[in-house]
Write a protein that binds this ligand. Structure first.
Ligand SMILES: Nc1nc2c(ncn2[C@@H]2O[C@H](COP(=O)(O)OP(=O)(O)OP(=O)(O)O)[C@@H](O)[C@H]2O)c(=O)[nH]1
Ligand SMILES: [Mg+2]
Length: 314
């Protein structure tokens, strides 16, 4: 009988769903499986979609997925994975149901895999769980992966930064702009979408975003965040977003930024894993050494830098 690893690698959707469930349940065995799948990852285009609640992210994701599935003259049809991450929801209930309705046009298409993920009240770890789910989807051969995060906060920034292309969705109205600014989310945007352009105020939102970002043109090794207008409900402007994603992907490859981003991601991930492992070690040894060293640092008897050296050489 084939193993779960083999089934996922072969693109088996039920195996993929079960692996993601085990990631959500914090099953430690998944890391072994993901480790074995690692050589198969790195092939998918990862697109992060984030922004304030209710701006139309899921509607946009569904519209984009339809466009990617169909392909165009210059872009071949692609299989699509959708991961909706909701750090604010204690259960994977309501939001998912809503998304399912929004994405029902995609249901029944074997080339689309949709999955939701909620924090279930666990402390932290959601960004990593989302990253692991994306790795699993990548290994399963899904070619374009859309990662939707709801809300505005550090979790969203962390999750979005795991993507190659980050889209921040805004809706007309100043409130959303300020929220996004607060979370530092505009800074990570490669493409800004002002959705609900059928509502009043869309143009002034576009203007204020462009003013905030400053004018500039893309080219060579430099990418200037684009501001685009959509009506995701009707599909208006969504093809332009798909084209912008395509151009950004070309830019990433051309400029070497793709490798740099991947390197950065791998490094941040490695750091976190190492940090965790070291602390596991400390916990087993007891925190006595740590507390003692901390009091010495506070008393200026040694520096934090020296303390780390001493503790690690111990
Ligand atoms: N007028 C208008 N409404 C839209 C548009 N796009 C989406 N909506 C509506 O806005 C509401 C929220 O849409 P969603 O796609 O669920 O938004 P979301 O950002 O995914 O929401 P959360 O995941 O809950 O943060 C729904 O009622 C949509 O039908 C649009 O272009 N124009
Ligand atoms: Mg949504």
């Amino acid at each position: 009988m084939p193993t779960l690893t083999e089934l996922v690698a072969a693109g088996d959707r039920r195996a993929l769903a079960s692996l993601i469930s085990r990631i959500e349940q914090d099953d430690p065995a998944v890391w072994e499986i993901l480790g074995r799948l690692h050589p198969r990852t790195g092939r998918a285009t990862l697109i992060g979609i984030t922004g304030a609640p209710g701006t139309g992210k899921s509607t946009l994701v569904a519209a984009l997925a339809g466009i990617f599935r169909a392909g165009t003259g210059s872009r071949p049809p692609r299989t699509v994975g959708i991961l909706a991450v909701d750090p604010t929801s204690p259960f994977s209930g309501g939001a998912i149901l809503g998304d399912r309705i929004r994405m029902r046009n995609l249901a029944g298409d074997g080339g689309v895999f949709i999955r939701s993920m909620a924090s279930r009240g666990r402390l932290g770890g959601l960004a990593r769980a989302a990253g692991a789910a994306v790795r699993a989807m990548d290994a399963a051969g899904l070619e374009t992966i859309l990662i939707e995060t709801v809300g505005v906060g550090q979790d969203e920034v962390d999750i979005a930064q795991q993507a190659d292309t980050v889209i921040v969705v805004e809706a007309p109205g100043l409130g959303d702009d300020i929220q996004a600014l607060k979370a530092g989310i505009l800074e990570i945007a490669d493409i800004l979408v002002v959705n609900k352009a059928d509502l009043p105020g869309a143009d002034s939102t576009v203007e204020s975003l462009r003013a905030m970002l400053g004018l500039g043109e893309e080219g060579g090794d430099c990418w200037k965040a684009l501001v685009l207008k959509t009506v995701a409900l009707s599909g208006q402007g969504v093809e332009e977003v798909a084209q912008a994603i395509h151009r950004h992907r070309e830019f990433l490859k051309r400029s070497g930024e793709k490798n740099r981003r991947e390197q950065r991601r791998a490094e941040a991930d490695l750091r976190e894993r190492l940090r965790e492992r070291l602390f596991e070690g400390w916990e087993q040894k007891g925190s006595r050494d740590l507390a003692e060293m901390a009091s010495r640092i506070a008393a200026r008897q040694c520096s934090p830098e020296e303390a780390v050296k001493i503790l690690l050489n111990d």
